[in-house]
Write a protein that binds this ligand. Structure first.
Ligand SMILES: C[S@@+](CC[C@H](N)C(=O)[O-])C[C@H]1O[C@@H](n2cnc3c(N)ncnc32)[C@H](O)[C@@H]1O
Length: 207
């Protein structure tokens, strides 16, 4: 485990939110996210969803508008303030629970969620802390729950964070999840990042 370097990454993001910089929001159309909500609504029409590293809450708000109940967690206080304001402005504050917290110390009950969204967090979890990441999400997810995962590809042009091939994601997540679909952004990308997208289904009970 390397929680000291992980703390520096959290501080990096808090600094970005304070400076008003969040390039990941300007990513453009993400058909895989539409697919995820379609698959989710068929399997769990009113899911309890965890949005891990929820940032300013834009995906949480969309998820609530799709008929779900959402818990969004992010280590950045500024991001969570923005998310709460955005939920109020969208009139959905009652069905979203935003809180400051750490993905590596999730404060939720065992097997509480039918789904989780990790868009842009996993590639910021240091390899030394991946086991802790999996322990946390596996604890709070129900068996057969669904996960939306977006990570930097090896073609990602800039920014801090790990880069992944589809094969490496299959190796890491395949221990606990079945890959229902895998896709990636068009390349060359006009967006600030090049992302791989996965819809996963949990296969194992927590350890
Ligand atoms: C690339 S941003 C993505 C934000 C959001 N998911 C989106 O797509 O707009 C990564 C987010 O993870 C948050 N983060 C980084 N480390 C974290 C940690 N250990 N626990 C919780 N959130 C974390 C950052 O504050 C940031 O909001």
């Amino acid at each position: 485990m390397d929680l000291e370097r992980q703390k520096q990454i959290k501080e990096h993001f808090e600094g970005m939110y304070q400076a008003g910089e969040k390039p990941w929001v300007k990513h453009g159309a993400e058909p895989a996210l539409d697919d995820f909500f379609r698959v989710l609504s068929q399997k769990y029409p009113k899911a309890k969803i965890l949005d891990i590293g929820c940032g300013d809450g834009w995906i949480s708000i969309r998820a609530v508008k799709e008929g779900n109940v959402v818990w969004g967690i992010d280590s950045s206080e500024t991001a969570i303030e923005e998310a709460k304001e955005a939920a109020k402005a969208a009139g959905v504050a009652n069905t979203i629970h935003f809180q400051v917290g750490d993905a590596l110390n999730l404060p939720y009950e065992k097997e509480f969620f039918e789904a989780a969204i990790d868009r842009g967090l996993f590639h910021h979890i240091l390899p030394a802390n991946r086991t802790l990441y999996f322990q946390n999400i596996l604890k709070v997810l129900k068996p057969k729950s669904l996960v939306y995962l977006s990570v930097f590809s090896t073609k990602n042009p800039e920014g801090i964070g790990e880069r992944f091939t589809p094969e490496l994601i299959k190796e890491l997540f395949g221990q606990y999840f079945r890959i229902l679909s895998a896709s990636q952004d068009p390349y060359p990308t006009l967006a600030p990042a090049h992302l791989l997208h996965f819809i996963l289904e949990r296969t194992q009970n927590s350890k």
